[in-house]
Design a protein around this ligand. Structure first.
Ligand SMILES: [Zn+2]
Length: 270
């Protein structure tokens, strides 16, 4: 576990709660997340919103990327009342049995009465606080067009001498080595990006006019597409590319509602 960025972000401020003892109600917190992220606009791979119901009164909100056991344990140790994550516990295709890792994670949340809020695609897509916008901002990229399924992919102007220069810039930004497939085609004037496991968006990024595409992961076919179609592919890590949206949204909402907020980064090399 490591605190990310400027360390644990804390928010004081006024208490807008009608729940007793200076706490914010779980329902009020859910409404604020839903208003901000509008999950009804997305067709997603799992339920967005409140995935696990904990205590009603919330004072300390912890955010993180994935509701892993390590994050839940860290949240318990931090005295969290609620967790806000990008990758929740329930996904399409899971057979619904509460066994193994799922049992362990759920048991911890329930034993400590901690609510789990999870927002997947709505958190990628939020125009200023989302994963794509936050990664773009750190890279100095501003989207002027969107592409791919549910228009999640972003593309914008850039000015790099070549793909290698862009890759080094991404490495410095996300603070880890990246995988570059460089077709060696010279200057990069348009960059497309989509956080997480968006390697399947590569062809849509090419169709959108990109000279390079940045996402978290790469699969075997994309290396060939990059070489054959002359568009650079940069995989900078699924986790690394999605570390920015959850704390941005949680800090924003915590500030509004007068909650304490901490972001806990559980490192993941993938
Ligand atoms: Zn993801």
């Amino acid at each position: 576990m490591a605190a990310w960025g400027a360390g644990l972000a804390e928010n004081g401020g006024m208490d807008t709660s009608r729940t007793p003892a200076g706490l914010v109600g779980r329902g009020a917190l859910l409404r604020r997340f839903d208003e901000l992220l509008a999950p009804e606009r997305f067709k997603d791979y799992g339920p967005n919103g409140l995935q696990v119901e904990g205590r009603d009164g919330i004072r300390h909100l912890v955010s993180g990327v994935t509701a892993s056991r390590a994050l839940i344990e860290a949240a318990v140790a931090a005295g969290a009342d609620a967790l806000f994550v990008h990758h929740g516990l329930f996904w399409r295709g899971h057979d619904g049995r509460v066994t193994g890792w799922l049992k362990q994670r759920l048991a911890l949340l329930l034993a400590h009465d901690i609510s789990l809020f999870a927002y997947h695609l709505p958190l990628d897509a939020h125009p200023t606080l989302g994963n794509n916008a936050q990664l773009g901002a750190r890279l100095g990229l501003v989207a002027d067009a969107w592409f791919g399924e549910q228009a999640l992919g972003c593309v914008g102007a850039a000015d790099f001498a070549d793909a290698e220069a862009l890759a080094r810039h991404v490495e410095r930004t996300v603070e880890r080595p990246v995988l570059l497939v460089d077709p060696g085609r010279g200057p990069i004037r348009r960059v497309a990006w989509c956080t997480g496991g968006a390697q399947g968006y590569f062809e849509a990024a090419i169709a959108a006019g990109a000279d390079a595409f940045i996402t978290g992961e790469i699969s075997e076919p994309q290396a060939h597409y990059a070489r054959e179609l002359g568009v650079a592919f940069i995989a900078c890590g699924h986790h690394a590319s999605e570390r920015y949206g959850a704390p941005a949204v949680a800090a924003h909402v915590a500030q509004e509602l007068g909650l304490r907020h901490s972001f806990i980064d559980i490192d993941n090399p993938a």
